[in-house]
Ligand binder design. Structure first.
Ligand SMILES: Cc1cc2nc3c(=O)[nH]c(=O)nc-3n(C[C@H](O)[C@H](O)[C@H](O)COP(=O)(O)O)c2cc1C
Length: 400
């Protein structure tokens, strides 16, 4: 991590170091052995350079959506069943390209993982494979696609549409040939939002971390450090296609035989359109509070999206998932599974492959415990559960 020093200050408040199911609270020692997934935030903040912590932890604007994701999950109440004869829990789940995932969880696509640990995506992918869950590899990964698929786990390839449509199409072919099991197209980044922590830090990638799947000349500017500028945001502004439309989804649907997952929508009408155009799954997500600030908490839109989407199209959730009870809440509200974002990077920072493995193992323990306490012997039984969601109505809209 040349050019970056390890300090743990950070520039903003960090809701993640003190929230999430079971997280140690202020004054409570986290100690050397985290007891909850959420405990890894504090460990990661201690070991990462401040500006890398900020890049990972931060959201856009005033970070209202970042905070809303947690608040919304915390507000949901699960209504457990009793005397259901459930002892021990089977968490096996069917996810796109992964019919027998060990649990209804995949690791979310996250860029530049060598920022958190020198092994980067290789460590995260190995840990996901060992835990039996899919690993979504970001197009902006710091390790090439082929080096990750060679590890033998289940890899989903996440794509941003580039201005260079030829290069975009080539990436799809490359992902298919490398053996990826699904294509995730992210649709909530027409441009990178103003992430104030990165702007204040003048954030740029160190020279030893780069987008390994893209032409090196085209990503050189991600290393240009300038006050008040985020070099990664500058790069996406130049490289990503602006003005994407549903035609781009149709085009991708025609181009690939892989299951197509459309990631980053919140409006049920968008989910219905994605399904109409042949998406196999949608991810209800606000990009972990990193795009439109004041966007609604993702989990609040989950029931309406499930209702608007045909059963053949799976609905997944991300943004704010920090523990087993969050996964259970998503399942009760209609998700087939969740994507785990920042906690995987906390584990990566804390201990490379072993750290991510610890996070995923803890999540599995937390999920099994939640299922058993709610009276569910397996994920099918979750359909019988209810959850209480305080006033999650939306207003306005028209027809389209
Ligand atoms: C550091 C970081 C990098 C990310 N990079 C990408 C990316 O390259 N592609 C993408 O689709 N989403 C990206 N995301 C968003 C995640 O896939 C996911 O939507 C989000 O992290 C979920 O919220 P959570 O972190 O609160 O769990 C990134 C998120 C973080 C924190």
């Amino acid at each position: 991590m040349s050019g970056l020093t390890r300090t743990s200050a950070g520039t903003g408040p960090d809701p993640d170091t003190r929230s999430g199911p079971g997280a140690a609270t202020d004054g409570e020692a986290v100690g050397t052995a985290p007891m909850a997934v959420a405990d890894f935030a504090a460990v990661a903040q201690r070991v990462l350079p401040a500006e890398v912590w900020d890049f990972i932890a931060g959201g856009s604007g005033a970070e209202l959506t970042l905070a809303a994701n947690r608040a919304a999950l915390d507000r949901i109440g699960l209504v457990p069943r009793v005397l259901a004869g459930a002892s021990g829990c089977d968490t096996e789940a069917a996810l796109p390209g992964a019919p027998t995932a060990a649990m209804p969880v995949a690791v979310a696509p996250m860029a530049y993982q060598q920022l958190a640990h020198e092994d980067g995506e290789l460590a995260t992918a190995r840990a996901a494979a060992a835990a039996g869950v899919p690993f979504a590899l970001s197009m902006l990964s710091s390790r090439p696609i082929e080096s990750v698929t060679a590890l033998g786990g289940i890899t989903w390839f996440q794509l941003y549409c580039l201005r260079d449509r030829g290069a975009t199409a080539e990436l799809v072919v490359r992902a298919e040939e490398a053996g990826c099991a699904a294509l995730v197209v992210t649709v909530d980044v027409p441009r990178m939002a103003r992430r104030l922590r990165d702007l204040r830090n003048g954030f740029a990638l160190p020279t030893d971390v780069a987008a390994a799947n893209l032409d090196p000349a085209s990503v050189a500017e991600t290393h240009d450090r300038r006050p008040g500028v985020s070099a990664v945001a500058e790069h996406t502004a130049r490289a990503f296609a602006a003005g994407l439309s549903w035609d781009d989804i149709s085009m991708l649907r025609e181009r690939t035989r892989l299951p197509l997952i459309v990631k980053g929508l919140l409006d049920p009408r968008d989910a219905a359109l994605a399904a109409d155009l042949g998406a196999d799954a949608v991810v209800v997500s606000n990009h972990g509070g990193r795009q439109l600030d004041s966007a609604v908490a993702a989990v609040d839109m989950l029931p309406a999206v499930r209702e608007a989407t045909p059963a053949r199209c799976r609905v997944l959730l991300d943004s704010g998932v920090r523990g087993g009870t969050d996964v259970l809440k998503a399942l009760v509200l209609g998700a087939s599974g969740v994507l785990l974002g920042r906690p995987a990077l906390w584990g990566l920072a804390a201990g490379g492959e072993a750290g991510v493995r610890q996070v995923l193992d803890l999540l599995a323990v937390e999920l099994r415990s939640a299922l058993e306490l709610a009276g569910c012997a397996d994920l099918d039984a979750v359909r019988l559960l209810t959850a209480r969601v305080p006033d999650a109505r939306t207003y306005g809209g028209g027809v389209r």
